[in-house]
Design a protein around this ligand. Structure first.
Ligand code: ITT
Length: 205
């Protein structure tokens, strides 16, 4: 049998780098799990890169994050901008979901306070995802949505962010009650990501 030289072997195992342009640990865990079949080396967004999320849409902010990280690292970068849109609050907190209050607990409390006495609890999560090239150019983008209702009290211990107060419409489970495998089927982020996985496979596998 033909033997591979050390050099050939190291080329064979060398994987391209994919930066996860996010500082949110909850998102990062979901990405790593959902992209486990993509043959890349994950890298986290360098602490020194601060992206100003001053866009007026999920898409604009997602582009800004991925573009900046790909340009500064000269590698592929994937980012999402996502948020919870509540119908009776005219779509708030929407693109301001992470800035709605200081931390997850306070954000949840604020939503429940603002919805006190409100009968219509319809809401949806949106995610806009994009992949940028090492040259800082857009390769692909997609969107995903998940519909549900805001509960009167948090339920469940998994996940992050607004997960404990968001009950997914078809399963009647909150995202915080779902296992990772379930959230991977229903979530806005998973739905957006599934659309671009074939492209990621072509680049990295
Ligand atoms: P990065 O920008 O660094 O990725 P971030 O938390 O600031 O992290 P966003 O600007 O996209 O991310 O804000 C999204 C916020 O919306 C996030 O902080 C949560 O509060 C909420 N959110 C998004 N997806 C969620 C999910 O799957 N479950 C619960 N809350 C979610």
């Amino acid at each position: 049998m033909e033997q591979r030289s050390d050099k050939e072997y190291s080329w064979a195992i060398m994987k391209k780098i994919l930066y996860l342009a996010s500082k949110n640990n909850g998102k990062i865990l979901e990405y790593k799990k959902m992209l486990s079949n993509v043959n890349c080396q994950f890298r986290l967004q360098p602490k020194s890169i601060e992206v100003q999320e001053d866009g007026l849409s999920f898409q604009e902010n997602a582009f800004k994050k991925a573009r900046q990280v790909s340009k500064k690292t000269t590698n592929y970068a994937i980012a999402d901008d996502s948020g919870l849109c509540i119908n009776s609050l005219d779509g708030a907190p929407g693109i301001y979901s992470s800035r709605f209050a200081e931390n997850d607990q306070k954000r949840i409390k604020k939503v429940l306070n603002e919805l006190e006495g409100v009968h219509n609890r319809e809401a949806f999560f949106m995610a806009s995802i994009c992949l940028f090239s090492p040259k800082g150019e857009l390769i692909i983008s997609s969107e995903g949505r998940c519909d549900g209702n805001i509960l009167f009290q948090p339920r469940g211990n998994n996940g992050f962010g607004y997960d404990p107060i968001f009950e997914e419409k078809t399963t009647k489970l909150t995202f915080a009650e779902m296992t990772n495998d379930y959230k991977e089927i229903y979530s806005h982020r998973a739905r957006a990501l599934k659309k671009i996985i074939p492209c990621l496979m072509r680049i990295f596998n």
